[in-house]
Design a protein around this ligand. Structure first.
Ligand code: SF4
Length: 249
């Protein structure tokens, strides 16, 4: 079960009545048990029960997948892959930047501790170990390999969520982005064009337009054309959701 599965069960009003502020961060935090179904006043009793039922017995496959990934990456060895994924290795420990923070990965786990979705994303990135240099050619999610089938989910879960957060508090949202290491990009027609790296070889180019008399705030996210060498589109969708959660907390 993923944050997207929870999100689909929510009223999706983005009303700001819960501690998470909007629905996608709520979905991610619900899976981490940081909020409960009663924190969303827009859910009716049946919705609450359905949401609570999703939590029971949901973590087994993730733990299994985590162990598999650990075995797979440690059977290859970090020294062979560190440089090409933008990480460093010392004394058997891999240091990698995730969501603007340094993370250490060792045989015994992560430091600092991450939630299981973040661990899975970092390990999938390490395991994929892409090697093609970034091209600087930006493409939308739907144009990526296998991207079309997930593009609507990406738009709803990521681009619309980012647009709403920007619309609600433009300065605060931009500060959050800069605080996570975002840098300005030039040559785009958006009001704000910022590049942020949730993982070292996976830049997100975030284009933002403020609301006007006719339209609400808007957001488009573009990727380097090499991105699926580093992570598949399914994981990229969840990386986008993790970025939304990071910027929303
Ligand atoms: S999850 Fe939060 S933002 Fe979404 S409908 Fe419920 S209270 Fe509103």
């Amino acid at each position: 079960m993923s944050p997207l599965d929870v999100y689909k069960k929510l009223p999706r009003k983005n009303c700001g009545k819960c501690p998470s502020g909007t629905c996608m961060p709520f979905a991610a935090q619900f899976l981490r048990r940081l909020v409960s179904s009663t924190d969303c006043p827009e859910l009716d009793e049946q919705g609450r029960q359905e949401l609570d039922a999703m939590l029971s017995g949901s973590s087994d496959w993730k733990e299994r997948r985590l162990q598999e990934l650990f075995q797979e990456i440690f059977s290859v060895g970090f020294s062979e892959i560190a440089e090409r994924i933008g990480a460093t290795v010392k004394d058997g420990e891999l240091k990698i930047r995730y969501m603007g923070k340094d993370i250490i990965v060792t045989r015994s786990g992560f430091s600092p501790e991450l939630n299981i979705w973040d661990k899975l994303l970092v390990l999938m990135y390490i395991k994929t170990a892409g090697s093609r240099p970034l091209t600087g050619k930006w493409v939308p999610f739907r144009q990526l390999k296998d991207g079309l089938i997930r593009s609507e989910s990406f738009h709803e879960a990521c681009e619309q969520s980012l647009a709403r957060m920007f619309g609600k508090n433009p300065d605060g949202f931009l500060q959050k982005l800069y605080g996570s290491g975002a840098q300005e990009a030039e040559g785009f027609s958006a009001r704000h064009s910022l590049i942020v790296y949730p993982l070292p070889k996976i830049p997100f180019l975030i284009l933002l337009w403020p609301a006007d008399e006719e339209f609400g705030p808007d957001c488009k996210v573009l990727f380097d054309s090499t991105v699926t060498d580093y992570i598949d589109v399914e994981a990229l969708l969840y990386l986008g959701i993790a970025l939304v959660r990071e910027l929303g907390t």
